[in-house]
Design a protein around this ligand. Structure first.
Ligand code: LRH
Ligand code: MN
Ligand code: MN
Length: 388
């Protein structure tokens, strides 16, 4: 039988970071849809992130993307966040949207472009110093569209050089998370295409480099929970960008496409000790809400992560271990299926009430009138960053 107080304590301790860009307008390369009440700057994105935290109680930080969230004074932005009960989380450098980066950023054959990209990465560490952020979350769009376009091996050398310079610059309590993605925007070869490449670079770089797993960045059928278990065991799992996908990097709400996959990932996290705040695993969302209202979508996403986590915490580890040792295949599988099949919504409602929150965060948000307020106050919301 599960220990409910321990389950609740673990759920209270889990923090889920929202991405500033999810509050902005977004779409596909065919159309960016404009929604009413969307934030016009980084301050308003933080105000919206604070609402997600207010109603869920477990989303106390918001990741920023630079230059999408450029402000004059980052320390002031951090103070503004603190006043609203949240903190600035990961800083995401953006080295993929300038014309200069047509052939890549830190892997570009042109040393002038490489220097520009590295300078931006280092500037982002300065921003972390000002905001008190722990994580520099690096995703590179670098890659090749055509065989022969550039030397794959030379590009790895350029990558190593730039990442080492960033690693050297990090402060004692700072980390760099290296995100991988097997395709898009490059179609033939990507310079950090998979977790193995990211892991190998991180190991070579040193203790402050860890792998970031974006759940939308794998080929269909990839066993993501295997990757999670491996990296956690090697202490190189820096964190997640949660979202769900049906086809490609869809960036839909986490848990919407395949809640069982999310549960399996969280089982590995729980069994591998990744819920312990000292493990350093950052649970971040990386989503775009093209057609649905953004704040409720993020509240729903946070709740989906909590539900998967709660189910994973309900796995009877003793029964599972016994079945595994005895080679009881169906018994072991049954332990997982039982936990996944449990309705954890009453448990989470109870937990929220104990925390002084409304048991139904979405209904509470709807009743709050915040959506109407921002619709009236904000005219001409900003795009999330691309395709505007
Ligand atoms: C790339 C990515 C990466 C970016 C974000 C906007 O697909 O997942 O994390 O920073 O999308
Ligand atoms: Mn991502
Ligand atoms: Mn992505």
């Amino acid at each position: 039988m599960s220990d409910y107080p321990a389950v609740k304590a673990a759920l209270r301790a889990q923090h889920i970071e929202t991405p500033s860009w999810a509050f902005g307008n977004s779409g596909t390369r065919f159309k960016v849809f404009q929604q009413e009440g969307v934030p016009r700057d980084a301050y308003e994105k933080i105000a919206d992130a604070a609402k997600v935290h207010e109603f869920t109680g477990v989303a106390p930080s918001v990741a920023v993307h630079i230059p999408w969230d450029t402000v004059d004074d980052y320390a002031e932005l951090a103070r503004y966040a603190t006043e609203r009960g949240v903190a600035i989380g990961a800083v995401n450098p953006n080295v993929f949207q300038d014309d200069d980066y047509r052939l890549g950023s830190v892997c570009n054959p042109d040393p002038v472009v490489r220097t520009k990209a590295l300078t931006h990465l280092l500037d982002c560490v300065d921003i972390m110093d000002a905001t008190g952020s722990r994580d520099l979350s690096i995703w590179l769009a670098d890659g090749l569209n055509y065989p022969g376009q550039d030397s794959i091996a030379d590009r790895q050398g350029r990558l190593e050089e730039a990442l080492a310079a960033v690693h050297d610059r990090l402060g004692e309590h700072q980390r760099m998370l290296l995100e991988y993605k097997f395709f898009e925007p490059a179609f033939y070869a990507t310079d950090v295409p998979d977790w193995g490449t990211s892991y190998a670079h991180c190991v070579e770089l040193g203790d402050k480099a860890e792998v970031l797993v974006d759940t939308g960045h794998h080929a269909p059928g990839t066993n993501i929970e295997f990757i999670v278990a491996f990296l956690l065991r090697k202490r190189r799992l820096g964190g997640f960008h949660f979202n769900s996908r049906f086809y490609a990097d869809d960036d839909l709400m986490v848990g919407a496409a395949d809640p069982y996959q999310l549960f399996r990932i969280m089982v590995e996290i729980v069994l591998g000790g990744g819920l312990d705040p000292n493990s350093g695993v950052a649970f971040m969302l990386d989503q775009c809400h093209n057609i649905e209202p953004k704040i409720p979508a993020l509240i729903r996403s946070v709740m989906n992560v909590q539900e998967a986590t709660a189910k994973a915490l309900l796995v009877d580890a003793t029964a599972l271990g016994k079945a595994q040792r005895e080679g009881d295949v169906l018994g072991a599988n049954g332990v997982l299926v039982d936990a996944f099949s449990t309705d954890v919504r009453p448990l989470l409602a109870e937990l929220r009430e104990e925390q002084g929150l409304d048991p139904d965060p979405l209904a509470a948000y709807r009743r709050s009138g915040y959506a109407e307020r921002i619709r009236n106050e904000r005219v001409g919301g900003a795009a999330a960053g691309w395709g505007a």
